[in-house]
Ligand binder design. Structure first.
Ligand code: SF4
Length: 469
């Protein structure tokens, strides 16, 4: 998972890009970068670390220009080294690009490029996308850009939303495209002054005061130039399959996605979970969210069940998000730092602990230990998504079945494994019926919208293991 922003027609675009990236920091904390174009020259600054650290010094002043591409990185592929940090740039033709997603046929693309004498230098999968795009760019007119994106859709398999700065008829243009299934998110917006922005989530537009134009349409390319209307060209239509996990966990609750505000989606999932929990005939005294993602769902569940909702943990704001930390030890240590229970809320009570998802199971086990230490009467785990039983090959770090606790451990042993009295996951039907748009739910139901061959799956798993994620 990563976050990107693209800007055109903005004074000191690098400063605006840094602000937008801070709004998207939750999508990747491993590394970040900004590239700008000024008078035909590309300037890039990228480094490991968070946006506020990397761009704290004078880095932004070395990035002149009114067009920028920015990126925050979460390493699903590659070793998490600086060379794999985005954006990437190629000179002839000049393309500056960043993306969010996961390409599933990188070896095939590398072989195709190699036959044309082009070498992929990094392990970052935006590089082959950019090189296929650049290879398809046979002129500097709008139609050439559309043809180049058509080439990308023909060649590149997987989930990807891309933003690039490209020169069109002597002027820089912002180009954005999204794979035909629209698995990874992407939005666009415009400022009152006629500048354009594309980004992973609408919170980046909010941070800059841009008015949202909506989603980058799946299977389409957008060509955006200052003070001109957007050109949107539909190239390949497929039934879109947006990642449901974005709405469950990754996206900020104040972002708007295709089916509305993420906060509302989580609320609806929590209400449905409440109904499913009640049908089990279990009893409880208090509903406690695992901060922060679970809060709307836990509130909705509490309302549905007529139970008090209480904050039972204080979160240390200065520790990172555990799931997107790049290795298991970092995740364990971070969790210890991250949450501290308030004993008075849970002691002697039957507690429903609400969380967003269970992937490896380490977090819920540790959480259950924390809660047990304050002596509740019972601990009931309620998860507002179904069990994750299948790996994701489209950009989220759940690469192999042997890491997924719900795939490894029989259902009858889940409560004992997690150290709780009961476990209730939202059903797959509950998720499907609550979600308003057709979505990828492959990690839950095993239905993969974009085929991944066993060889490709093995290569993705091997890459991630190499990267320690
Ligand atoms: S498999 Fe799961 S995490 Fe991956 S894109 Fe589909 S819904 Fe999202």
């Amino acid at each position: 998972m990563c976050g990107f922003v693209g800007l055109i027609g903005v004074d000191q675009a690098s400063g605006a890009a840094a602000m937008a990236l801070q709004a998207l920091q939750h999508r990747g904390q491993d590394a970040c970068g900004i590239g700008t174009v000024h008078q035909g020259r590309v300037h890039i600054y990228k480094e490991l670390g968070m946006v506020s650290q990397v761009f704290a010094g004078g880095a932004l002043s070395s990035l002149p220009g009114t067009a920028a591409i920015g990126h925050v990185r979460y390493p699903t592929v590659g070793a998490g080294v600086r060379d794999d940090t985005q954006p990437f740039h190629t000179r002839r033709p000049g393309v500056l690009m960043a993306h969010n997603g996961n390409v599933t046929n990188v070896p095939q693309l590398e072989a195709w490029l190699q036959r044309r004498g082009i070498r992929v230098q990094s392990q970052c999968d935006v590089e082959p996308i950019m090189l296929v795009f650049a290879e398809g760019l046979r002129g500097n007119k709008v139609e050439h850009v559309i043809d180049a994106v058509r080439d990308v859709f023909d060649q590149v398999r997987g989930a990807y939303t891309c933003a690039a700065v490209v020169e069109i008829e002597g002027e820089d243009a912002l180009v954005a495209f999204r794979d035909p299934y629209g698995v990874r998110p992407g939005v666009y917006g415009r400022s009152a002054g006629g500048a354009w922005c594309v980004a992973s989530e609408s919170v980046a537009l909010d941070a800059l005061g841009f008015e949202s134009g909506g989603e980058i349409p799946p299977g389409s390319v957008m060509i955006l130039r200052p003070n001109q209307p957007a050109r949107i060209e539909s190239i390949r239509r497929a039934e879109s399959r947006r990642c449901i996990f974005e709405r469950i966990y990754f996206a900020r609750p104040d972002s708007r996605m295709e089916d509305g505000r993420v906060f509302q989606v989580r609320w609806d999932l929590g209400a449905r979970l409440g109904e499913e929990w009640r049908k089990r005939g279990l009893q409880a005294d208090v509903v406690v969210p695992v901060p922060d993602t679970s809060r709307p769902a836990a509130q909705a569940m509490a309302e549905t069940l007529g139970l008090p909702f209480r904050e039972g943990f204080i979160k240390n704001r200065y520790s990172g998000r555990t799931f997107i930390m790049p290795d298991a030890i970092a995740r364990q240590n971070a969790l210890r730092l991250k949450l501290n229970p308030i004993p008075e809320i849970m002691e002697g009570k039957r507690v429903i602990l609400v969380d967003d998802s269970v992937v490896r199971g380490t977090t819920v086990r540790r959480l259950a230990e924390l809660v047990r230490a304050v002596k509740p009467k019972e601990v009931h785990l309620a998860i507002f998504s179904p069990p994750v039983r299948n790996p994701c090959f489209y950009g989220i770090d759940m690469p192999s079945k042997d890491e997924l606790v719900a795939a490894r451990v029989p259902e009858a042993d889940w409560a004992r494994t997690f150290g709780v009295d009961s476990v209730t996951f939202l059903s797959v039907e509950g998720l499907r019926e609550t979600t308003r748009t057709p979505s990828c739910m492959a990690c839950f139901d095993g239905v993969y919208p974009i085929p991944v061959s066993p060889e490709e799956a093995a290569a993705i798993v091997a890459d991630r293991r190499g990267g320690g994620v």
